[in-house]
Design a protein around this ligand. Structure first.
Ligand SMILES: C[S@@+](CC[C@H](N)C(=O)[O-])C[C@H]1O[C@@H](n2cnc3c(N)ncnc32)[C@H](O)[C@@H]1O
Length: 289
C-alpha cells in the first residue's frame, strides 16, 4: 500500500512556494509531497533525499525537475554544496514510511513476526535492534525504553529482556512481544494503544538515532536556506516535536529564523478520519531571516 502524504495541502501552502522555487524534500520516501509540488508548480526544482536504499531504488518518480539522492538529511550541507542547490523551501516529514511497517521485513511492526532489525539503512548502520536487545545492560535498556518510549513499565521490560536472553537470544519480533507481554499488567493489554507500541518505538528511535538526526538535520536546513526561505517540519511523536521546538527556539534567539506560524499546525478532522496515521502529526514552520 502506498504511503499517504500527511498535511499535504498545509505543507505546500506554508512553504510559500514561488514560480521558480528550489525546494528540498528531506524525506522523499514514495514522493507523496514531491509529486504534488511538481504537479502544482511547473517551473519548480526539487532535490529529494531518502536514506533507505530499498525505498530509494523502488521510487517510481522520474522528472527532469527532480534530483534524487540516497543519503541522510544529516549531510544536507554537503549535499547542497555538491549540487550547488540554494533552497527557498525545505520540508521534513519525519519518522518512517507505511512501507517500513508493512513490507520492509525489518521488524518495525509488532504485528509481523520478523527479525528485529529496524535500521532505515542496513547497508551502513552498524547496530540493529537485535544488537541492542541482546547486548545492552539492563540499566541501559530501562533508560532507553523509559526515555525514548515513555514506557511506564520500562523497568520490568528491561529486567525480563535480560532474563529471557540468558535462555536464548531475542531475535524475532514475536520473542520481544512475548517478553513485553510478561512484563506488563493485564489492564495495560486492554488499552487502545498496543502494549508493545512504546518499546518498539524506543528501539526504532535508538537504532536510527532519530532525535540526534532531527537536531542535526533541522539545524543544517536552517543554515542552508536562502534568506526569506521557509522550513516546514512534520513530526509524529512528542520527543521529535520537542527537539524541533528546541532547535527553532535556539535559532530564533540567535536571530537566524523567525516563526512563520505560532505553535503547531495539525491535520483537519477530515484528514484524521481518512488517514489515521495523520492523527499524531504536528507541523512547525520557520522562516530564515
Ligand atoms: C514519513 S516518510 C516521508 C513520506 C513522504 N513525505 C511522502 O509523503 O511520500 C519519512 C521518510 O524519511 C526517511 N528517512 C528517515 N531518516 C532519514 C534520514 N536521516 N535522511 C533521509 N531520509 C530519512 C524514511 O526512510 C522515510 O521514507
Amino acid at each position: 500500500m502506498a504511503h499517504t502524504p500527511v498535511l499535504l495541502k498545509e505543507a505546500i501552502e506554508y512553504l510559500n512556494i514561488g514560480k521558480n522555487s528550489n525546494i528540498i524534500d528531506a524525506t522523499l520516501d514514495g514522493g507523496g509531497h514531491t509529486r504534488a509540488i511538481l504537479e502544482k508548480y511547473p517551473e519548480v526544482k526539487i532535490l529529494g533525499i531518502e536514506f533507505d536504499p530499498t525505498l530509494f531504488k523502488s521510487l517510481q518518480l522520474n522528472d527532469d525537475r527532480l534530483i534524487k539522492i540516497n543519503d541522510s538529511y544529516v549531510n544536507l550541507k554537503n549535499i547542497v554544496k555538491d549540487y550547488k542547490f540554494k533552497p527557498d523551501g525545505i520540508l521534513f516529514d519525519l519518522g518512517l514510511s507505511s512501507w517500513h511497517y508493512e513490507e520492509s521485513g525489518r521488524g518495525f511492526s509488532f504485528k509481523r513476526n520478523e527479525i528485529l532489525d529496524m535500521r532505515f539503512n542496513p547497508e551502513i548502520q552498524p547496530e540493529s535492534a537485535v544488537d541492542i536487545v541482546n547486548k545492552y545492560s539492563e540499566d541501559e535498556l530501562r533508560e532507553l525504553i523509559s526515555y525514548l518510549g515513555e514506557e511506564q513499565f520500562a523497568g520490568n521490560i528491561a529486567k525480563n529482556i535480560v532474563r529471557a536472553r540468558r535462555e536464548k537470544p531475542i531475535i524475532m519480533t514475536e520473542d520481544l512481544v512475548n517478553v513485553i507481554s510478561r512484563s506488563v499488567p493485564e489492564w495495560y493489554k486492554q488499552q487502545k494503544i498496543n502494549f508493545a507500541t512504546k518499546t518498539f518505538q524506543a528501539l526504532r528511535v535508538k537504532v536510527n538515532d532519530e532525535l540526534g538526526n532531527v537536531r542535526k538535520g533541522v539545524q543544517a536546513a536552517i543554515e542552508v536556506l536562502k534568506p526569506g526561505g521557509r522550513l516546514a517540519v512534520i513530526s509524529f511523536q512528542g520527543l521529535e516535536d520537542k527537539t524541533v521546538k528546541e532547535v527553532f527556539k535556539e535559532n530564533v534567539k540567535a536571530g537566524a529564523i523567525k516563526l512563520a506560524v505560532k505553535g503547531t499546525i495539525r491535520p483537519s478532522w477530515e484528514e484524521q478520519r481518512t488517514n489515521p496515521r495523520s492523527r499524531s502529526a504536528k507541523m512547525k514552520v520557520a522562516q530564515k531571516v
